[in-house]
Write a protein that binds this ligand. Structure first.
Ligand code: PLP
Length: 453
């Protein structure tokens, strides 16, 4: 067959498949038209019946132990972590004024208390990537140091600030492909430990991120064109060096486990607020989703601790509903939004993802309660409402979860599960923002104000 004839046939097959999906699931047609959708997961399982998964509760406990071992290092190398004893953690903050503001804006009320989990303020990386990205680099550094006989597990990890350690790590390279926050987290912690770190970015990545990385001692390599190619090239170039390590966002177990440990800290924070998560006091968590590693890891962790009393919902941009398409079609990471004619163009950094993580999607399939999609314009409006009501400034992607309680209400979820919402606790996970330069943040805010009219 001629090349164009083969292509034509493939095109026909693809069209037939899409039509089948659209018939099976009207949601797919809605997604293709870029409408905002509100999907409940029909495959969600009771916690006791979910899994088995590629990670376990024991893995999560081991990950928490790694953080504890590195606490003396962080206290010394990143003094901003001293108030949390060297643990990278963010506050949980009730936002009652935003609740009132959101209800006024939407013309609708919701029951329960309303909190913001302030990962936009996480030390070291200024975004949720300070959990996954940093954790993966720590694991690698620890392993190298143990293998080289520089470290014994009972040593104080303050040693990682020594010139001997930095000298040792300077002979090892780390690479990562990222348009933004993952690159920042890997670049910052790797350079701080002394690694030779290279961040492969697309040429259109934000200038301030490139500058900040270079200032911290990372090498930034820019690629024109498709970002998928940039990642591939980054992976190939990194792996060509046998002393180099590549952080792979699309399937990393380490990233996932780094995120999962957030659950232990949140449990403590809820206890300090005298919140006892139970059937009478259900916990609702709203998580922005890119490849699914951070929201999936946190969901996995929370399910280990709170079981069926916690309900996790994801939110994705209308232009990048990667996880939703993977779960709704059952095809997971075998399909991308581009296969459905969706362009994956959004201003939500961290969420512009066309294909979900192979590791996270089967876990999310069993555990999450639903996903809604949001238009970019709405991100800016929510960002401005939060700034006006609480004087909190977060980046657009991080604002995506704010309407969560209203989405849950609109979906009729509590009725379906016969949940009492009176004492519900809603947590919106704010995933990034504190490293965004002031002028950019002002521009985000101005855009939101203009859209609010
Ligand atoms: C990376 C990121 C997310 C999503 O995390 P994934 O692991 O890609 O799903 C959400 N918000 C921000 C600000 C991010 O940088």
């Amino acid at each position: 067959m001629q090349k164009h004839a083969i292509e034509k046939e493939q095109e026909e097959v693809r069209k037939t498949e899409l039509e089948q999906y659209m018939q099976q699931n009207p949601l797919v047609a809605d997604l293709m038209e870029l409408n905002e959708v509100n999907w409940l997961n029909p495959n969600r399982k009771l916690t006791a019946e979910a899994g088995p998964f590629a990670v376990s509760r024991e893995d999560m406990q081991k990950a928490e132990a790694v953080w504890r071992r590195f606490a003396p290092y962080f206290k010394k190398a990143f003094p901003e972590t001293a108030s949390t004893d060297g643990i990278i953690e963010s506050p949980l903050r009730e936002i009652p004024q935003m609740k009132a503001e959101l209800e006024r804006y939407a013309g609708e009320t919701f029951e329960g208390r309303y909190y913001l989990k302030c990962d936009h303020d996480l030390p070291v990386a200024g975004s949720i990537k300070a959990r996954g990205g940093v954790y993966e680099v720590l694991c690698h550094a620890e392993q190298l140091a143990l293998e080289a006989g520089l470290l014994a597990e009972e040593d104080t990890y303050e040693k990682f600030t020594s010139s001997e350690f930095r000298e040792f790590f300077s002979n090892h390279a780390i690479g990562v492909g990222s348009t933004g926050n993952l690159g920042l987290s890997i670049g910052i912690i790797s350079a701080a430990l002394g690694f030779h770190v290279t961040v492969y970015m697309s040429a259109d990545a934000k200038e301030w991120k490139k500058e900040l990385l270079r200032k911290k001692g990372a090498e930034v390599i820019e690629f024109e064109g498709d970002f998928g190619e940039a990642i591939k090239e980054g992976r190939n170039r990194t792996l060509a060096d046998d002393k180099a390590y590549f952080v792979d966002d699309e399937k990393s177990r380490k990233l996932f486990l780094g995120y999962s440990t957030a659950a232990f800290r949140l449990q403590q924070q809820l206890e300090s607020e005298h919140i006892r998560v139970s059937a009478d006091q259900p916990l609702f968590v709203y998580l922005p989703c890119g490849v699914g590693g951070s929201p999936g890891g946190i969901t996995f962790g929370l399910k280990q601790l709170f079981g069926d009393a916690v309900h996790c919902f994801f939110v994705e941009p209308t232009h990048s509903p990667a996880m939703l398409i993977g779960l709704a079609t059952g095809k997971m990471n075998e399909v991308s939004v581009q296969d459905f004619g969706i362009d994956n163009k959004t201003e939500a950094d961290g969420l512009a993802v066309g294909r979900p993580s192979a590791l996270a999607s089967p876990i999310c399939k069993d555990l999450i309660s639903g996903i809604w999609t949001i238009a970019d314009a709405e991100l800016y409006r929510l960002l401005a409402l939060l700034a006006d009501s609480e004087d909190l400034f977060i980046e657009p992607s991080a604002a995506s979860g704010l309407a969560g309680p209203l989405k849950v209400k609109a979906a009729g979820y509590a009725e379906q599960l016969q949940l009492s919402m009176e004492n519900a606790v809603h947590i919106v996970w704010a995933t990034g923002g504190s490293f965004v330069p002031e002028d950019e943040m002002s521009a985000f805010y101005a855009k939101g104000k203009a859209l609010l009219g």
